[in-house]
Design a protein around this ligand. Structure first.
Ligand code: ATP
Ligand code: BTN
Length: 241
């Protein structure tokens, strides 16, 4: 489903799911602008009309809710792979949900769970990609940002990007469903924005340490005073110390 302008593609897909319990996995909603684009923890996603992509993807995860933890990383790896393979754009990932080009955020991922009492876990994976931001973005985004148009000479056809992204997500999620997170550990660790850097974790947990990548479940590993401690996702953010 393609919408010209909407409040939030995540919200729309979650509502669609509530009224149609048989929605097929890999269904997507795509919009050209959002009036209430959302990020994690009540933050907003700047979503002007123009040349960006606002995309939400539905997947029914048979394993149930515990398995959902590594999902934003799985989706992020799929996105980075698409950008590298089809557009020769190299990106990094900031655990657990952001995509960067040269230390600037180019895309964000918001995974939301739709609870339903059938044992499965219904997830909506929302991805916002800056394809070409207008100059006014500077007034709306309070941290360094990037867009794809600045990073490549390729003209980016957003319809093609959606198709690549949908098929890469489906491939990754099928694998995740069969094997769990383990195969994605190495993929994330190669893309880790903060590899071997001292970082600070804040939010529902606080810590400072050298970033050692993720473990085989997607928890971030920080080394401090010779000890490595794993921190799970959720309400936490990572920053360079
Ligand atoms: P973390 O996920 O580690 O907490 P974060 O500060 O990037 O990091 P998020 O909730 O992931 O927080 O993303 C929302 C933030 O992203 C906003 O507060 C804003 O700083 C930034 N942002 C909003 N819109 C855009 C955009 N179109 N492009 C790049 N960055 C954006
Ligand atoms: C983040 O960095 O916090 C995640 C941002 C996710 C933005 C996308 S845009 C498409 C989908 N719909 C939303 O309202 N949010 C996600």
């Amino acid at each position: 489903l393609v919408q010209h302008i909407t409040d939030s593609t995540n919200l729309q897909l979650m509502q669609a799911l509530q009224s149609n319990k048989d929605l097929a996995s890999a269904s997507v909603i795509v919009a050209e602008a959002q009036t209430a684009g959302r990020g994690r923890r009540g933050r907003s996603w700047y979503s002007p009309f123009g040349s960006n992509l606002y995309f939400s993807y539905y997947w029914k995860l048979e394993q149930g809710i515990q398995a959902a933890m590594g999902l934003s990383i799985v989706a992020g790896c799929a996105l980075c792979q698409v950008l590298q393979r089809h557009y020769q754009i190299s990106t990094k990932m900031k655990w657990p949900n952001d995509i960067y080009i040269d230390n600037r955020k180019v895309a964000g991922i918001l995974v939301e769970l739709v609870g339903q009492a059938d044992g499965a876990c219904h997830v909506v994976i929302g991805i916002g990609i800056n394809v070409q931001l207008p100059l006014q973005a500077l007034q709306h985004i309070d941290q360094p940002y990037a867009d794809l148009a600045t990073a490549t000479d390729h003209a980016i056809n957003r319809n093609e990007l959606v198709v690549h992204l949908q098929s890469a997500l489906t491939y990754a999620l099928k694998q995740f469903q069969q094997t769990g997170f383990a195969p994605f550990q190495e993929s994330f660790n190669q893309l880790n924005l903060y590899a071997q850097q001292t970082v600070t974790l804040s939010g529902s947990a606080s810590a400072t340490g050298v970033c050692k990548g993720v473990d085989n479940q997607g928890a971030i590993l920080l080394e401090h005073a010779g000890q490595i401690v794993a921190y799970f996702g959720g309400e936490v953010s990572l920053r360079a110390a």
